[in-house]
Unconditional design. Structure first.
Length: 165
């Protein structure tokens, strides 16, 4: 059973969603992180999904989760490889002028649509400033070097979520 199928059959308490286009180098960092997390033993109630460029098709998965952690490439006008961590409320408060997804329909828009259902969920975005958006499946050295940090940050978020249950 694929991760996406499991996530549809049993709604997770915590959903880790790696998004991005795997064929555009650093734009696929979220998918790379999701794949690494799928190889790890994670706490019960946690599902990891490669969201790819799913856009609105991710809405049912997001709506089923109580806690959401999104990994994505984001533009924040910092040096390539800069890692960001924001709760969705912080991104909304900033107006997303500084931090934006590199997708045409970004995860922020999907989360905003999800909020219209009235269900409250805690959502965190862990993003990384891309260097390359060229065609290719390899991450740039700057982004690849931050993979251990991103994985550590996700695991910390999962620990915090487990402590608040």
């Amino acid at each position: 059973m694929e991760a996406t199928d499991r996530a549809k059959s049993v709604p997770p308490k915590t959903l880790v969603l790696g998004v991005g286009n795997l064929l555009l180098s650093d734009e696929g960092v979220g998918v790379h992180v999701a794949r690494e997390l799928m190889e790890m033993k994670l706490p019960p109630g946690v599902s990891v999904v490669e969201g790819g460029t799913g856009g609105l098709s991710l809405l049912p998965l997001i709506q089923g989760a109580e806690r959401l952690i999104v990994i994505d490439a984001v533009k924040g006008e910092e040096a390539p490889g800069t890692v960001y961590r924001f709760d969705m409320d912080e991104i909304r408060d900033r107006g997303c002028g500084l931090i934006t997804s590199v997708h045409s329909l970004g995860i922020r828009e999907v989360l905003d649509l999800s909020a219209l259902t009235g269900k409250e969920r805690h959502a965190t975005v862990i993003g990384i400033e891309p260097k390359s958006m060229e065609i290719g499946i390899e991450l740039s050295d700057e982004v690849k070097a931050k993979m251990p940090l991103i994985l550590h940050m996700v695991l910390q978020e999962l620990q915090l979520a487990a402590n608040h249950r």
